[in-house]
Design a binder for this molecule. Structure first.
Ligand code: UTP
Length: 307
């Protein structure tokens, strides 16, 4: 596929944060799942940084009940800042507010009921308008050299289509994901990019058309809102984003992009704990002590790393 014309820039990103986070109870009883920290930053902060690194200029959060701390996180905190300033704590001040988006470039809208991811995205339709946009689920973290969304923006610039972040999963796990029905005849000229002829939300392993699974990174065309306007509840009784995207395969086209990097499912307990270990090991100032600590933990618990 040749890069023939330039496509509208992806300037806006939606962060759906309206879910209940029941898998993290009791932690999520009074705090949003998206504020759980991996090492020392909340999940939502990583997603925000990834979006910014991909060239996103406007950040749209779809919140729900119990999510005020997300709004507070993306605002000044004057009392703390003045105390840090009085004590000349420059690094801490930077960590508190230097990264804030410019006023007016961040918006919050409310999903009054958690009716599903498709519904959460639809709630942001008036803030997006008629342009392509990204969707990032904060509970999917991708540890990679080049930020995952930035890789996908490259694929979008080639196609002008809808781009989904995808990875292969064991067949036994297809019922936890949206799965791509691959158009094997379509040539994309990029080994990481595959064309979809359909998508299936959470198919059982025997019914899954492939093992290529959609993770929480999307670049979507605004026509998705026309489909979401009429979208009926799907798997789990929720309005599914996957079902709506499936309706775009015959229009502007849907592609899966096999991103480079490791994805951590921080919506699950094991994925979240694994992400903490992986991201801590990435921090040079603590890598060696972390390795020592992990070795000690294994010794004390009687477990061994080699099976
Ligand atoms: P999940 O499928 O992980 O659901 O949502 P959840 O409610 O957050 O968590 P569990 O399954 O009860 O533990 C993935 C992302 O989509 C958002 C969530 O906030 C999360 O960031 N979401 C989900 C919404 O914004 N609205 C919804 O109706 C559902």
């Amino acid at each position: 596929m040749k890069h023939t014309k330039s496509h509208a820039k992806v300037r806006k990103a939606i962060f759906p944060v309206g879910g209940l986070g029941t898998r993290f109870l009791p932690a999520t009883k009074s705090m949003p799942k998206e504020m759980l920290p991996v090492v020392d930053k909340p999940l939502i902060h990583y997603a925000f940084e990834e979006a910014r690194a991909a060239g996103i200029e406007q950040f749209i959060f779809v919140t729900g009940r119990n999510k005020h701390s997300i709004e507070d996180h993306f605002d000044h905190v004057y009392e703390l800042q003045s105390r840090l300033s009085a004590r000349d704590k420059k690094k801490e001040l930077e960590q508190t507010s230097d990264w804030l988006p410019q006023a007016g470039n961040i918006s919050f809208t409310r999903q009054q009921e958690p009716l599903g991811l498709g519904h959460a995205v639809w709630c942001a339709r008036h803030l997006i308008g008629d342009e392509p946009f990204a969707v990032l689920l904060a509970d999917d973290m991708v540890l990679s050299k080049k930020p995952c969304l930035k890789q996908m923006v490259g694929a979008y610039q080639k196609t002008g289509a809808n781009i989904l972040g995808v990875m292969d999963v064991p067949r036994a796990k297809t019922s936890s994901y949206g799965i791509v029905d691959i158009d094997a005849k379509a040539r994309t000229g990029d080994a990481r990019l595959v064309k979809a002829k359909g998508l299936v939300e959470k198919p059982s392993p025997d019914k899954a058309p492939s093992t290529l699974s959609i993770i929480g990174r999307y670049i979507l065309q605004p026509e998705i809102f026309d489909i979401l306007d009429k979208q009926k509840p799907g798997a789990g009784g929720e309005i599914q984003l996957t079902d709506a995207i499936s309706g775009m395969t015959s229009k502007k086209g849907v592609y899966g992009y096999r991103f480079e990097g490791t994805r951590y499912d921080c919506g699950s307990l094991v994925g979240f704990v694994a992400a903490n270990v992986a991201y801590a090991l990435e921090r040079e100032e603590i890598t060696n002590v972390m390795i020592d600590e992990i070795e000690q933990v294994f010794k004390r618990s009687g477990h061994t790393l080699c099976k």
